[in-house]
Design a protein around this ligand. Structure first.
Ligand SMILES: NC(=O)c1ccc[n+]([C@@H]2O[C@H](COP(=O)([O-])OP(=O)(O)OC[C@H]3O[C@@H](n4cnc5c(N)ncnc54)[C@H](O)[C@@H]3O)[C@@H](O)[C@H]2O)c1
Length: 338
């Protein structure tokens, strides 16, 4: 009998890349998303749930999913930072409620199969929160347990879900007469902003980097919504997807934590504009900071310390800042818009 890999948010930016890699690795995939998948991606999956039945907040969905034996759940479905800040109640429902539903599904399935289901969770640098730019700059690269007072609904949702995952893995219903914890093997990474050559993101606050690049590739002007000195960590999309899959493959006994920072490069917005101009010398980029979105970026860390991921499961980004633009973004994006 087949065992399945669930991907929620399968029609999103990360979802598309992840489906391709999981399919290439021979996984039997169940895809879930509010929006229907394009034929190309749907063909990689044995089951696709979309519309009302692809809504992670819809309890009917779980009646259909309980029949499947599961190896892994990649739970990507979420409202991103800008969308969540515009609609905090919906963010709570989707980001927290949806995660709780998926954790319950994984727990029940693990218990029925008598082996844990791996649960891969994409957290974010938005869980970090600095009260001032001075403190952010003083802190530099933060470790997982510092400055975790996020200042957006999205960051707060994600930090709570990290804790929920730890609870399901280590502590669930500890007063019950039988052992109820341990049926979910919860693992996650805190992604920096991810930059893809193939998709333009929506709803995030790190979107200025990919927006700048994709506008230049299409010969369009771009007005950047943060200051030139705004700094947060970024990563090439293939590295982000590899990180999730490599963490999934790591032996459990090597893991000293549930949630890991992962780093690649941490440029300022001006440095990103410089790289974009080196690829597209005619790029027209100006800076017109939006006070509120700038404040969110200023509250996120300038960089992360990823020593734990390096030590525990051998994390190492393939693309540094220059390689990301030269070897991944330049060839692919020029071809995409040719
Ligand atoms: N892209 C990044 O830079 C980044 C950085 C940090 C963390 N993350 C996390 O990675 C995950 C995926 O991000 P992404 O960039 O692919 O986002 P995305 O917005 O491109 O994709 C999210 C997907 O979730 C789906 N979705 C939203 N609500 C849903 C619901 N109720 N039920 C089912 N599907 C629903 C959307 O239709 C969309 O296809 C998210 O959890 C996000 O928080 C992303």
């Amino acid at each position: 009998m087949s065992t399945y890999t669930i991907v929620t948010g399968a029609n999103g930016e990360i979802g598309h890349s992840l489906l391709e890699k999981l399919h290439a690795a021979g996984r039997t995939i169940i895809a879930i998303d509010l929006n229907p998948l394009h034929e190309h991606h749907a063909a990689m999956c044995t089951h696709v749930f979309s519309g009302h039945m692809g809504d992670v907040t819809n309890h009917e969905l779980y009646n259909s999913l309980e029949q499947f034996d599961l190896d892994e759940v990649y739970h990507l479905a979420a409202l991103l930072s800008t969308s969540a800040e515009r609609n905090p109640e919906l963010a709570q429902k989707v980001n927290v409620g949806g995660t709780l539903n998926l954790l319950e599904l994984a727990r029940k399935t693990g218990k029925r199969m008598q082996r844990p289901v791996k649960f891969l969770f994409p957290s974010t640098i938005a869980i970090y929160g600095f009260p001032s730019l001075t403190e952010k700059n003083r802190a530099g690269a933060v470790t997982e347990d510092e400055y975790t007072l996020g200042r957006t609904m999205y960051g707060i949702n994600k930090l709570y879900c990290e804790q929920l995952g730890r609870y399901y893995d280590e502590l669930y219903m500890r007063l019950a007469p039988t052992k109820e914890h341990g049926w979910v093997d919860f693992r996650g990474v805190r992604f920096p902003g991810l930059i893809s050559a193939f998709t333009v993101p929506t709803g995030g606050t790190s979107d200025y980097a990919p927006e700048m690049l994709h506008a230049a590739a299409q010969g369009k002007s771009y007005s950047c919504f943060v200051r030139e000195d705004a700094q947060i960590p970024f990563m090439a999309m293939p590295d982000g997807v590899d990180a999730l899959m490599n963490l999934a493959a790591a032996p459990k006994e090597n893991l000293t934590r549930h949630i890991y920072n992962i780093a690649a490069f941490a440029p300022t917005a001006a440095q990103i504009a410089g790289q974009v101009k080196s690829l597209f010398p005619d790029a027209d980029i100006t800076f017109a900071p939006d006070v509120n979105r700038q404040a969110i970026v200023d509250s996120w860390c300038a960089d992360v310390n990823d020593n734990a991921a390096r030590n525990d499961w051998g994390w190492n980004a393939n693309y540094g800042f220059e390689e990301c633009f030269r070897d991944y973004l330049a060839p692919n994006i020029k071809q995409r818009y040719a």
